[in-house]
Design a protein around this ligand. Structure first.
Ligand SMILES: Nc1ncnc2c1ncn2[C@@H]1O[C@H](COP(=O)(O)OP(=O)(O)OP(=O)(O)O)[C@@H](O)[C@H]1O
Length: 355
């Protein structure tokens, strides 16, 4: 029979699939002659991985005793750029951006948010894609949806599929001028962001407007962001634009947590054959160049488009599909990367005077 110390050492060496390094000192055990009860403390959510973690734990112990596993999740609020004040009710803000439009940023955001919630986290989405807000439609809200109001001061976000959602589309009508100038857009978005009564969110995903212009830069300076995700397609041009996205975040001291490569391969809906029609390894090249990892790759798939269009994105429409598993894996990696993110902020230089 293994000693408690032997069990703890073996568990510490198990690799955390989401960080790529060993779990280390995050285990607690209680043992008896017939049973081992184990508690694992994670700083991110990975509910859908519990069975596979348990299998690996059991293979380590394997001395005839019954093994039980509980996972405690404790997401903490990580630091934001330039010490901006955080948002009430929100631990971490994740900005999802792309260098150019149409690469699937909104579709990726909604599926990642849903995947994160399925892993056990409390999640919200802010649709800041002011010129093409699509989160309301993808989450199945009707065009007439409006947020609730509390104390004449705060918006109460409507909830769908367990996710709190706020969108400029909930506050505008067809008659609202779409040709708003930059300062009006950022002003309105900041107001929505700070006057929404978010309820105890572990993660708030912000679907950023596409591109890297003034609006995006101002938002990146004003919104307290814990980390960002860049969505790109493998085409060269999207990659060039994605570079601008990374550089924009770097300029304002926001960590880039990783790149998601969308429409990476095409899966034929009749025969299932996969083809890299936009070239291979684009996201990888980008990630290597800037030292940020590829969190995952999504295929170009008819079901992703159709399901998002009908208000029930793939993660809720086909919860057990291979595509959903890619989103789940990205969500877990994202949570893990955020929890372990190293500070990249520049320290102020303190000058020493002679007198
Ligand atoms: N992996 C995918 N496979 C097939 N279709 C996809 C995929 N990802 C996104 N789409 C579709 O591509 C179109 C553009 O996607 P989406 O609106 O998410 O892009 P976007 O980058 O947010 O665009 P923008 O911000 O410019 O409005 C949508 O019709 C969407 O359903």
């Amino acid at each position: 029979m293994l000693t408690d110390q032997e069990i703890l050492s073996a568990l510490a060496q198990l690799s955390d699939e989401n960080t790529g390094v060993p779990f280390g000192d995050v285990w607690n055990i209680e043992t008896s002659e017939h049973a081992v009860s184990i508690r694992l403390s994670l700083s991110y959510y990975a509910d859908r991985e519990k069975d596979s973690i348990k299998k690996r734990v059991m293979s380590v112990i394997n001395d005839g005793r019954t093994v039980s596993l509980e996972i405690d999740n404790n997401v903490v609020a990580a630091s934001v750029q330039n010490n901006l004040p955080g948002l009430n009710g929100v631990k971490n803000v994740i900005a999802v951006a792309s260098g150019k439009g149409g690469v699937g940023k909104s579709t990726t955001t909604v599926n990642l948010a849903l995947a994160m919630a399925k892993e056990g986290a409390k999640v919200g989405i802010l649709d800041a894609d002011i010129y093409g807000p699509s989160q309301g439609m993808m989450m199945g809200f009707s065009l007439e949806t409006r947020p609730g109001v509390r104390d004449d001061k705060f918006f109460v976000p409507p909830v769908a599929h367990g996710i709190q959602v706020m969108s400029m589309a909930f506050l505008t009508t067809k008659e609202t001028p779409v040709a708003w100038r930059g300062p009006m857009v950022t002003g309105a978005l900041m107001q929505i962001l700070t006057q929404t009564d978010w309820e105890e969110l572990d993660y708030l995903f912000i679907d950023m407007p596409p591109g890297t212009g003034d609006i995006q830069l101002t938002l990146s300076q004003k919104v307290p962001v814990t980390g960002s995700v860049i969505v790109t397609t493998p085409q060269d041009i999207a990659l060039l634009d994605a570079r601008r996205g990374i550089e924009m975040f770097r300029k304002v001291n926001i960590s880039v947590l990783g790149v998601v490569e969308n429409m990476s391969t095409h899966i034929c809906s009749s025969c299932g054959h996969q083809e890299a029609i936009f070239g291979e390894e684009g996201g990888q090249t980008l990630a290597q160049e800037y030292g940020v990892g590829v969190l995952g790759k999504l295929p170009l798939s008819m079901s992703i488009r159709k399901q998002a269009d009908t208000g029930a994105p793939t993660v809720v429409s086909e919860p057990e599909s291979d595509i959903t598993e890619i989103y789940q894996s990205i969500a877990r990696k994202l949570g893990a990367t955020l929890a372990t993110k190293t500070e990249t902020f520049e320290m102020p230089t303190i000058g020493m005077s002679d007198d």
